[in-house]
Write a protein that binds this ligand. Sequence first.
Ligand SMILES: Nc1ncnc2c1ncn2[C@@H]1O[C@H](COP(=O)(O)OP(=O)(O)OP(=O)(O)O)[C@@H](O)[C@H]1O
Ligand SMILES: [Mg+2]
Length: 308
Amino acid sequence: MRPIISVQDLTKTYEGGFTALKNINLDIHEGEIFGLLGPNGAGKTTLISIICGIVNPGEGSVTVDGFDIIRNYRETRARIGLVPQELTTDAFETVWHTVSFTRGLFGKPSNPAHIEKVLKALSLWDKKDSKIVTLSGGMKRRVLIAKALSHEPEILFLDEPTAGVDVELREDMWNVVRELRSSGVTIILTTHYIEEAEQMADRIGVINNGEIIVVEEKKELMRKLGIKQLTLDLQTALKKVPPALKKHNLELTGDGMHLVYTYDTMAERTGITALLNDVGKAGIKFKDIHTRQSSLQDIFVTLVKRSS
Ligand SMILES: Nc1ncnc2c1ncn2[C@@H]1O[C@H](COP(=O)(O)OP(=O)(O)OP(=O)(O)O)[C@@H](O)[C@H]1O
Ligand SMILES: [Mg+2]
């Protein structure tokens, strides 16, 4: 797949000497949804802001659709829609005006039908004549999304788009994102809600302390780092793990009613057969058995701990 964004050896040191990005190399594939995850201060917004031409890159290079972000700023910026993390809107404009005006800034001819479609998709249609200052925080965020989509970008950046928004807006937004993706738009999103990345992204990049620590297909990442747990719900409580079962990686939980076995899905043998044999021999009876795969949340915590 052709990279639509290519970041090469990017290092960013802010005035004052703080290095927010350290030698970042990253390709974003055309048409994918890329989830950028990382703790507060990791460098997500810095990276996005550089690609969008808002922050100076420092060392290294970034190309968007083959164009250099510095030398060909207009070409690259015209392809990008950005929903910024911070709320920034012109308070006294109406919703309709500010969204149509943004489209004009990118040199696109006016297209009321497109603006109408965007406002409707974001449930902003009945607010189109309202001044932005009169809107709630969540509605202002909808306006930012509408602005980012006003010029029909090929690439959409969503920087923590769901921070502080209600369930309804999240639903609206994810529907818009899905529709954009199916029309070929490349989407890069940062979020603290890991379930969202888990649900939406095709690939995941994890950034910590200004360094990309992993970039992987979401499924592959979850498979590689996925730990599974098998839980036996017991018929009668145990006081401790019986000596005959000591060799297995077991934990007793829930007042002695559950035996939890943790295993690595990548290991050659899971050890389940041996475990169940030994459980039977020890005369332990169970009512039910179930397994749980670690979530992206668990994986993320593991990765960030490992890298810092
Ligand atoms: N203009 C600036 N001048 C100096 N340092 C900055 C500036 N902007 C950001 N930083 C620092 O760079 C680091 C990365 O910040 P950035 O906003 O990129 O993080 P982030 O991953 O987006 O975090 P969050 O999840 O909180 O949004 C932080 O330590 C931050 O304090
Ligand atoms: Mg940020």
